[in-house]
Write a protein that binds this ligand. Structure first.
Ligand code: DC
Length: 236
């Protein structure tokens, strides 16, 4: 076993189970978990609060460049939830509303916004030992990541997962509306011009429709251990 600390890139659509898997893989391997969607959400929240329209490209770009977004990896004993600070304020819960979800997918279309956030993500993963999840991690942020996963599941199962999360928080939203919302977001995330959601070259395709979260995490951790058990030259 080498002490190689990998970059593990996990990409996939809404509700594919990326966050749960990424968090658990980080725990199993002793890595840092980074949820890049939270950065797009933080920019979107700031835009909503300051009433900047989602098509005001230049203003959104300036906002992304000036926002102080600080991702604090969660302690695993507390469920590993990553805390998100925006200009010093804890916005971990505030960025999880359906309104912010849609707005995040709109600001993510803007190339300049992506450039600012991608630079930050590259810095965060530069020394390895990270599980980073998003839409373009294996294709753009870390195209040389030693392990890339494309995680997906059927639309219905993804909608149900997202709906259950909202139920648990007490948000009143029905299942059919949730399905519509995730399809709308998928269309925007996969159809945009810059860094669309794609299965990156070399990414392992994992369909989590009929898998338990723990199975997904163990599968990914197993693939990672296989890579770190290779000789350094073979693993690169
Ligand atoms: O993963 P999430 O649902 O929290 O992401 C919110 C939005 O941010 C998503 O609809 C698309 C965008 N996003 C992105 O474009 N690239 C990433 N690496 C992560 C998220």
């Amino acid at each position: 076993m080498t002490n190689l600390r990998l970059v593990i890139a996990i990409d996939g659509p809404v509700g594919s189970g990326k966050s749960t898997a990424a968090r658990r893989v980080a725990e199993l391997l002793g890595y840092t978990y980074i949820d890049t969607g939270a950065m797009y959400r933080a920019v979107a929240l700031k835009a909503l609060r300051t009433k900047i329209p989602m098509d005001a490209t230049e203003k959104l770009l300036a906002l992304a460049a000036s926002a102080r977004i600080d991702l604090r990896p969660g302690a695993f004993e507390n469920g590993g939830t990553q805390r998100v600070l925006l200009d010093g304020e804890d916005v971990t819960a505030a960025i999880r509303t359906p309104e912010v979800s849609q707005a995040a997918s709109k600001v993510a279309v803007i190339e300049g916004v992506r450039r600012v956030l991608v630079a930050e993500q590259r810095r965060a993963g530069a020394s390895g030992g990270v599980v980073m999840e998003g839409r373009d991690i294996g294709s753009v942020v870390f195209p040389d990541a030693q392990l890339k996963i494309f995680l997906t599941a059927s639309d219905e199962v993804r909608a149900r997962r997202r709906w259950l999360e909202h139920q648990q928080k007490g948000d009143a939203i029905d299942l059919a509306r949730t399905l519509e919302e995730i399809r709308e977001r998928d269309r925007r995330d996969a159809g945009r011009e810059h860094s669309p959601l794609v299965r990156a070259e070399g990414a392992v395709f994992v369909d989590s429709t009929a898998m338990e979260p723990e199975e997904v995490a163990r599968l990914i951790a197993m693939l990672a251990r296989e890579i770190t058990s290779l000789k350094p030259a073979e693993a690169s």
